[in-house]
Design a protein around this ligand. Sequence first.
Ligand SMILES: [Zn+2]
Length: 148
Amino acid sequence: MTPNEKKALVKFKEIRQGNTVAIAGTLRSTINYAGEVCKKLHKMGYLERLLPGQFAIYKITPRGEEQVKKEGEAERELKECAIGAEEEGKEAIEEKGEYECSECGAAVKEEDTECPKCGTILEGYEEEPEEEMTERRRSSLDSGSPES
Ligand SMILES: [Zn+2]
């Protein structure tokens, strides 16, 4: 499922039924494109077509609603560990070059000795054998002193 298909389906869950114009508005796309997205969702069994044509009207099916729910749950699981990150703002955290807990993915500060979310001990990260950590560390050093 593409992000746009998902967006359209979420919109249908909100409005129950609607035409391609409403979906074009949601996707900020042309009506033709919205029509294609709706057709795909229809083929997948997530939408019921009430009226065919360029301004076709679709209605979400129980299967479609189930899919929205599933996608929502998957997203929530991904976000759950990043609650701390959301509070401070994800962009700010990236700019500050902070780290992620290797256990739960929560944002941790460089000076933190344990994950604020799951409590995993983070000490010894300087000798972190994982390549990813070493790379991130190196790149943050590089940005500090371009010569080294
Ligand atoms: Zn953690």
